[in-house]
Design a protein around this ligand. Structure first.
Ligand SMILES: Cc1cc2nc3c(=O)[nH]c(=O)nc-3n(C[C@H](O)[C@H](O)[C@H](O)COP(=O)(O)OP(=O)(O)OC[C@H]3O[C@@H](n4cnc5c(N)ncnc54)[C@H](O)[C@@H]3O)c2cc1C
Ligand SMILES: *[C@@H]1O[C@H](CO)[C@@H](O)[C@H](O)[C@H]1NC(C)=O
Ligand SMILES: *[C@@H]1O[C@H](CO)[C@@H](O)[C@H](O)[C@H]1NC(C)=O
Length: 430
């Protein structure tokens, strides 16, 4: 199968260079520049606000948390129970359910930004950032989507909070140009209502692929889901307790391999044997696989039921596209009307941050969790831990604390210098 992904490396080739992004205007920032106004950027902002440290947040979209507001489907609910998704310093409202809806979560984020008086600069897409060794400052250039003008922000610190999901991954398929139906990425999928009575191929079997397939069922479409390799599907709850929570609790008492084993036994008992439905389990346990490959297990919210009843078909990998369908690797030809690519996302950091010691070529910190939040020369990163909102929050608290400490020291030194000079000036006046 020809299934090449657009790798972050390709951005290097077509990136705008320094000269093309010559700034129309420069802004000297007291405090850090934070890139991205998702949950990560907001928590750093809240932490800094509480310590009286000023900052600037640059956000390419025209609202906060644009991943949640503009790139998720309507029926999305938080995958993890509420206590693992609320942000530091400001809890969820009492009346939130165990699994808040996307709307509730967005509402909460809006009130979070309001509570801490965080006002990001919107429509500012950062396309270049480099540490200037000569003056010891970061030069961060952003392009305004409203008029194309370039602004350079100059600052001692930069906080990278652009997320693990900044750009969609779009695989290339042989014959894709011949396909006559519509093809969208999961980030543009809102609801199955437009697919009624249609045969839809969902490519990918992570949480998004599984849930979109289920949503298609609920809207009387005919989904087929491509499961190319193996995947861990766990029930969202085991005996009424959140599986995620159980896993986290057990890890305090047992080695990871034993937790994995117990989770798999419980899964087998609740969900049965999935292999006969075309869903193969990886040989490595779910928590271990998360650790070594960053692959999140799928938490089932009803998709398996629909697979067992045959409402969702599970099919193997795609060989190539045809005008009215696809040919699969097993030679089977499938007639389809539309395609939804639930093929994931990648970081965009390598496309704009001119730094390669701290960030890998994939745009993730090289140092693993929990130590991947601080680089050199005032570089920080938040939200690249593959641990969702709770992981991002831990990063953010540390980053805000660290910057606040340094900022206060430096501000105090400057104030002392200013006090001495003004004292001298006063003295010389007499
Ligand atoms: C469908 C889906 C469901 C999820 N469900 C959960 C869940 O239930 N629980 C959980 O913990 N996690 C969940 N996640 C993971 C989720 O992405 C993170 O938990 C959370 O959104 C990460 O926040 P963030 O601020 O790091 O990144 P993001 O939310 O992606 O925010 C990054 C921001 O940076 C902006 N940006 C990017 N590049 C630039 C640039 N060059 N210049 C300026 N701005 C830029 C983006 O526009 C965006 O607003 C889910 C993810 C997806 C896709
Ligand atoms: C994102 O969604 C919000 C809320 O619906 C909306 O106000 C905003 O204009 C949208 N932004 C984009 C870029 O689509
Ligand atoms: C951002 O851009 C949108 C669309 O171009 C525009 O409607 C909005 O007013 C802009 N917002 C800001 C704060 O510049």
């Amino acid at each position: 199968m020809n299934n090449k992904c657009v790798s972050p490396m390709m951005f290097h080739a077509k990136q705008e260079n320094e000269e093309l992004l010559f700034p129309n205007r420069c802004v000297l920032v007291n405090g850090p520049v934070i890139v991205g106004a998702g949950p990560s950027g907001l928590v750093v902002g809240a932490g800094l606000k509480q310590q009286g440290v000023p900052f600037v947040i640059l956000e390419r979209s025209n609202c906060i948390a644009s991943l949640w507001q503009n790139k998720t489907y309507d029926r999305l609910k938080l995958h993890l129970p509420r206590k693992f998704c609320q942000l530091p310093y400001f809890p969820f409202p009492e009346n939130f359910p165990e699994y808040p809806t996307k709307c509730q979560f967005v509402e909460y984020l809006e009130s979070y930004a309001k509570k801490f008086d965080i006002g990001p600069m919107f429509n500012e897409s950062v396309q270049f950032a480099k540490f200037d060794e000569k003056c010891g400052l970061w030069r961060v250039r952003s392009v305004r989507s409203t008029d194309g003008s370039v602004v350079e922000y100059i600052s001692r610190w930069i906080v990278v909070a652009t997320g693990e999901n900044a750009e969609k991954v779009v695989p290339e398929f042989e014959g894709a140009q011949n396909f006559e139906g519509g093809v969208i990425h999961a980030c543009d999928y809102k609801s199955g209502s437009v697919y009624q009575d249609k045969k839809v191929l969902v490519v990918g079997c992570g949480n998004s692929g599984m849930e979109i397939s289920l949503d298609l069922c609920h809207h009387n479409a005919y989904p087929s889901m491509v499961v190319r390799s193996s995947v861990h599907v766990l029930p969202r709850e085991i005996l009424g307790k959140s599986t995620f929570h159980l896993g986290v609790s057990m890890m305090k008492w047992m080695p990871q391999w034993l937790v994995d084993k117990m989770l798999l036994i419980a899964t087998r008992l609740t969900l049965g044997n999935l292999e006969k439905h075309g869903i193969k389990r990886p040989s490595v346990g779910p928590l271990k696989l998360k650790d070594i490959a960053g692959k999140t297990p799928v938490l089932d919210i009803g998709t398996l039921q629909k697979i067992k009843s045959g409402d969702i078909k599970v099919v193997p990998g795609i060989k190539n596209f045809l005008p009215g369908g696809v040919e699969l690797v097993n030679g089977q030809v499938l007639e389809i009307d539309s395609v939804v690519l639930a093929t994931g996302y990648h970081s965009n950091v390598p496309s704009w941050l001119k730094e390669t010691r701290f960030f890998s070529r994939k745009g993730l910190p090289r140092t693993p969790f929990p130590n991947g939040w601080k680089g050199e020369d005032g570089l920080y990163s938040v939200g690249f831990t593959k641990r969702g909102i709770s992981g991002a929050s831990l990063d953010a608290i540390r980053v805000a604390q660290d910057i606040a400490t340094i900022w206060k020291q430096e501000t105090e030194q400057i104030n002392q210098v200013l006090a001495i000079t003004s004292h001298r000036r006063l003295e010389s006046q007499f």
